[in-house]
Design a protein around this ligand. Sequence first.
Ligand code: ADP
Length: 365
Amino acid sequence: MAHVSLQNVWKIYPGDVAAVRDFNLEIQDREFTVFVGPSGCGKSTTLRMVAGLEEISRGTISINGRVVNDVPPKDRDIAMVFQNYALYPHMTVYDNMAFALKLRGVGKAEIDQRVHEAAEILEISDYLARRPKELSGGQRQRVAVGRAIVRKPAVFLFDEPLSNLDAKMRVQMRAEISKLHRQLAATMIYVTHDQIEAMTMADRIVVMKDGRIQQVAVPGELYAKPANTFVGGFIGTPPMNFFTGTLRQAEGGGLLFDEGGFTLPVHPSQRERLAPHAGRELVCGLRPEHLEPVADSANPGTLAATVEVVEPTGPETFIHLHTGRHPFIARVAPETRCRPGDKLALAVRTDAAHFFDGENKESIT
Ligand code: ADP
């Protein structure tokens, strides 16, 4: 159906604001790609350049091999779903979905068939005669998606489509959009600031910061092998914990990461990679689930810290701790007993530790 290519794409707004910097990406046919990053990192601008709603300052965007830089939005074979739904308030659900087809001169019978087909997929067949104000937020969002489906576009673009829904509806619509992607076997690009949406829906995630791509990877890889501290901290809740320290030779061979308050032996599987960094300042990244409370802090690979806050969530508990130099969070079993002020020993899964260059913050593991 559709392959989308972005090559050396820049967006520079008046006043020299570089919102997107040298963006390079090949999106495969039927792929579900999610652009994720904090507010203002350039996700929407990139999507809007694909849609044709924003001029491309530099670089090339092609859809199915055709450069679309100067092609108007209506001729790009794309459909976009917006955060605010953008429905016509005075039209019925049916007419909202039929409108773009009517403009294109599609025949009445065909329009009828496509609208009913889309309504069925989205389970909104019973609401076709209603107006948007007579629908819930979730139903309105379905209509907005339906309006895109009836056009049978080569590429679907979603700009934070779930942000206006309550938490429960977001979880439900998330699964529905994933299902829809499989059903339609369509190419989709989805923008969100929510890393959970990105992780749960994407075939491939593009993490952005300050207009630049930080990493492109499948969700599992992004979580297991973050390219830098930004990605490590952005993907995962609670986020990855970071400790600055120095790498040094251990007595009797091997390497030690020295935080100042505690030391961690470097796992044998990582020694070779880290050896050239001995003597330098590094950042050690530890996921909250790789810290396990233990009785004894004397073993190598264990750190001791003071409990500051205990947050039970039900299935697991987040313990906020402090080493004296660094705050961090451990994700532990709910039956773990501790209180603010307690000293807690935690065994570190050193094989799962991440190390980053102290200066450029890029991963060296
Ligand atoms: P995101 O979608 O990641 O939140 P945007 O793509 O909306 O980010 O914006 C990226 C950057 O471009 C922001 O710094 C924003 O302020 C700036 N920006 C967006 N639209 C305009 C505009 N029309 N004029 C000037 N700057 C803009």
